[in-house]
Design a protein around this ligand. Structure first.
Ligand SMILES: [Fe+2]
Ligand SMILES: [Fe+2]
Length: 451
């Protein structure tokens, strides 16, 4: 059994070929260009050739030139295009890509080697396929009525069993939402090969919706949808410029909604839907931290942007709402309720996200400092570094007070008197330096007829 692998980057070619041969019982023919691949196909017996994998942009004959030859002469051989662009096969030179052979697919670079070997095993229908099939997890609450997701959606039945519950391009109906979302279904799945297209579709939807003159309520709903899109993308692919673009759109919308709705209590009450703690928690913090910053005379647009961006990203690496809730409990509670891996995840989550941000262009460096510090406490009892209030970065102090407040009211619907008490407790707790200023700003932000 042979697999043809066409790639002009020599190091990548031999590394991947080696990995495929190590995983599968086959011979990988390594070829550096599209034209040379065509010559090879013309001269050799192709009856034992099972799959063609090809890069697209190559100086001596591109992936599209090779695809045209394969489409006309060997259409039964599945063609995997490895490309840096998620819409490469929509271009004219790839006409017929998905129809000439239903097994043709793309892999967006960079991709984990395991994803490629899993795809090959799936195509070759090999026995002893590993339990981890090439599906990626997406949040159950991504969907909104009347949207047309561009790919099939699956439900996980067991470790290696998935069933299709939604056909690509169908319209999301109220029945679908009633049946699956918020009804004990935590996650849906899409095929790894469809994830980039799925994300692109939803990011466009979010952008279109937020640029329309929607009501505050609709904008807030779309911000939640945007948060879930960002979360799924970071967990499945990582933090890259695609996700930074969506994040900027969502943070700008959250700042606008916060500025245009001075009744902060009403605003956070509307966001507190009790459907998804992590997304609601993150967006509520962006409103409250922004409102506190607005009370300070030194506030600028970039300060609001940094706080909102930190709010969206700060807990994403925790991956789920229950760990995000537990991250505010004492260490004794972690020992009682969590396994050692989850405890480690909580302890490290400020560091993990700060490091990811440092390696991503387009995010201000203050955002990673806020996130690095967001579980520190004014008295030095926080984590990961037990910093006391002198050493905590000023914007982080505002963020910490905003998050403390959001945690104090989530799950409750406080009366004006109770709200007053919560703020008084925060004023008593935060009496030093920037923390004191932030607690005073909190009092001012709620200083409306409500209290
Ligand atoms: Fe948090
Ligand atoms: Fe956190």
């Amino acid at each position: 059994m042979k697999i043809l692998y066409v790639e002009d980057e020599e190091a990548l070619l031999s590394l991947i070929a080696m990995e495929i041969e190590a995983e599968l019982d086959c011979q990988v023919i390594e070829i550096p260009s599209g034209n040379k691949a065509i010559q090879w196909l013309k001269k050799n017996d192709c009856s034992v050739l099972k799959i063609i994998i090809s890069d697209n942009k190559m100086p001596d004959g591109s992936g599209s030139v090779l695809f045209q030859y394969v489409k006309e002469n060997l259409p039964h051989i599945p063609f995997i295009l490895t490309t840096g662009s998620s819409d490469a096969t929509e271009h004219l030179e790839f006409q017929g890509f998905s129809t000439s052979n239903p097994h043709n697919s793309t892999m967006i670079k960079p991709f984990p080697l395991e994803a490629l070997t899993n795809r090959l095993k799936e195509l070759l229908n090999l026995p002893n396929q590993p339990a981890s099939l090439p599906y990626l997890r997406i949040s159950h609450s991504r969907f909104r009525k009347d949207e047309n997701p561009p790919c099939d959606i699956y439900l996980k039945l067991s470790t290696d069993k998935y069933i299709k519950i939604f056909n690509a391009l169908d319209e999301v109906s109220q029945d679908f939402l009633d049946k699956y979302t918020g009804k004990g279904v935590d996650y849906f799945y899409v095929l790894q090969s469809s994830f980039q297209g799925f994300s692109k579709y939803y990011d466009e939807q979010i952008n279109i919706k937020l640029s329309k003159a929607l009501s505050a309520e609709e904008k807030m709903d779309t911000q939640l949808q945007g948060f879930e899109s960002i979360q799924d993308y970071i967990q499945n692919i990582g933090l890259d410029t695609n996700v930074v673009k969506t994040m900027n759109i969502v943070t700008q919308s959250s700042i606008d909604v916060m500025k245009n709705n001075p009744d902060l209590f009403h605003l956070i009450e509307s966001m507190m839907r009790k459907e998804n703690y992590l997304s609601e928690h993150s967006i509520m913090i962006s409103y409250v931290a922004g409102a506190l910053a607005l009370e300070m005379e030194w506030v600028t647009t970039s300060t609001l942007q940094k706080l909102a961006c930190a709010a969206l990203l700060h807990d994403i690496s925790l991956g789920n709402s229950s760990l995000a809730r537990m991250s505010h409990e004492k260490e004794e509670e972690w020992e009682k309720n969590l396994n050692p891996e989850d405890i480690e995840k909580i302890k490290k989550h400020p560091i993990v996200m700060a490091e990811l941000i440092k390696n991503t262009s387009g995010i201000d460096s203050d955002v990673d400092s806020i996130i690095f510090n967001h579980h520190e406490k004014a008295d030095g009892s926080g984590y990961p570094r037990n910093l006391d209030h002198h050493k905590i970065f000023p914007l982080a102090a505002f963020f910490i007070v905003a998050e403390t407040f959001v945690n104090s009211i989530y799950d409750k619907k406080p009366t004006p008197k109770e709200l007053n008490q919560i703020i008084s407790e925060i004023e008593k707790k935060f009496t030093k330096g920037n923390f004191k200023k932030a607690a005073e700003a909190l009092r001012k932000a709620f200083n409306n007829p409500f209290i």
